[in-house]
Design a protein around this ligand. Structure first.
Ligand SMILES: *Cc1c(COP(=O)(O)O)cnc(C)c1O
Length: 384
């Protein structure tokens, strides 16, 4: 069989198992999408604060631009000629908001996770990663020369045993977790992770706040702010692509770590830096995030209503956040249920293996502050 024939066969198998993926065609209209001529409320967006659907804030930002300041490309890596001053303004704002020594901005969360982990680990490093961490973290681990053990999801007893067993055989141990998990919407226990880390002098903690930045904490800085442990986390990472309404990602960290990454992180060094206009927009949004308490409160409220309704219906719902899975089991079932919701005007998508473990296919609701309480109640009647 030729390589191409093999690909065709594999695609056919995916199709037979309801696991074939396609790029969906859609037109965006604020908080709604139009797919195949049907207008639906977007319940699959990562625009958690609803800012991407907000035209006023875009208009306000456009007012700040002139042909001189509208810079659509950096034309280079930041280490060559791509380091525009707006980058350093954004990093200064991040360090101020988070109260850290330093911050560093990257092209995306994917670049961050696939770049930082290999840069800071080596053959005498042991990585202990939660079983459910995001693909970008797994790819970062794969690119590193460290040994990795995955511990059961949020099982800190197992993690503690692994630390005890291995801490003296490695120069350093890196614990890797998300704060809000992408698919289950549950949380890592950050205070306990910090406590475990402090029991050893060679253990570092890496936390990805992709789904929490903008949403959790009094000023929207994430779960680490909420738990009061920002400066106990060695590598605190987040993306601007979700609640941040932009593109790019950050780490807030010590000065030493920042300088080390500038020298060693391949996904920072060998790529064209983000367009300065994009970085200016990120900064524009970042300055507004601390004050966005009302949208955060509303999102918290509608998320709770949906979670409690699913639990009352007997669905197992691990979520304690705005990411709320409706567990349906088989992929075929997930596809059918998603279609049904779509017919009722709710654009929710099935999540299937390999993104989630076999047998745990689900509809993944990813709520935003633009969804009203009435709409959540209508969604609940539709599910029931
Ligand atoms: C979305 C996501 C990323 C990737 O961020 P991008 O900026 O979209 O590349 C990384 N980690 C987690 C946990 C995510 O959910």
């Amino acid at each position: 069989m030729s390589v191409i024939e093999q690909m065709q066969q594999e695609l056919q198998t995916l199709k037979e198992h309801s696991n074939l993926r396609q790029l969906p065609q859609m037109v965006h209209d604020g908080r709604e999408v139009v797919v195949n001529g049907q207008r639906m409320l977007n319940l699959s967006s990562n625009d958690y604060l609803g800012l991407a659907a907000n035209k006023e804030i875009r208009a306000e930002f456009l007012q700040t631009l002139t042909p001189d300041s509208f810079l659509p490309t950096s034309s280079s890596s930041r280490l060559l000629t791509g380091n525009f001053s707006i980058y350093e303004e954004l990093e200064a704002e991040l360090a101020t908001q988070f109260g850290t020594e330093a911050a560093l901005v990257f092209n995306s969360g994917y670049h961050a996770n696939t770049g930082i982990i290999p840069a800071v680990s080596h053959a005498r490093t042991l990585i202990l990663a939660d079983k459910l961490v995001h693909a970008s973290l797994i790819d970062g681990i794969r690119l590193s020369t460290a040994r990795c053990i995955r511990y059961r999801h949020n099982d800190l007893n197992q993690l503690e045993r692994l630390l005890k067993e291995h801490h003296s055989s490695y120069q350093q141990i890196l614990i890797v977790t998300e704060s809000i998990f992408s698919m289950d919407g549950d949380l890592a226990d950050l205070p306990s992770l910090v406590h475990l880390k402090h029991a050893y002098d060679n253990v570092l903690l890496y936390v990805d706040e992709a789904h929490a930045f903008g949403i959790r904490g009094a000023h929207g800085l994430g779960c680490a702010e909420e738990a009061g442990c920002i400066r106990d986390i060695d590598f605190l990472v987040g993306t601007f692509g979700k609640a941040g309404t932009s593109a790019g990602a950050y780490i807030v960290c010590s000065r030493v770590i920042r300088e080390y990454l500038v020298n060693r992180m391949r996904t920072l060094i060998f790529t064209t830096a983000l367009p300065p206009v994009n970085v200016a927009w990120t900064l524009f949004v970042l300055r507004r995030i601390p004050e966005m308490k009302e949208p955060r409160k509303h999102l918290d409220k509608i998320s709770r209503i949906l979670r409690e309704a699913l639990q009352a219906q007997g669905y197992s719902c691990p979520s304690v956040s705005h990411i709320v899975p409706l567990m349906v089991g088989s992929s075929a079932n997930a596809v059918v249920r998603a279609k049904e919701l779509q017919r009722h005007g709710f654009y929710a998508l099935p999540v299937r293996p390999p993104t989630v473990p076999e047998g745990t296919s689900r509809i993944r609701f990813s709520l935003t502050a633009e969804v009203s309480e009435e709409e959540i109640r209508a969604l609940i009647s539709c599910i029931v």
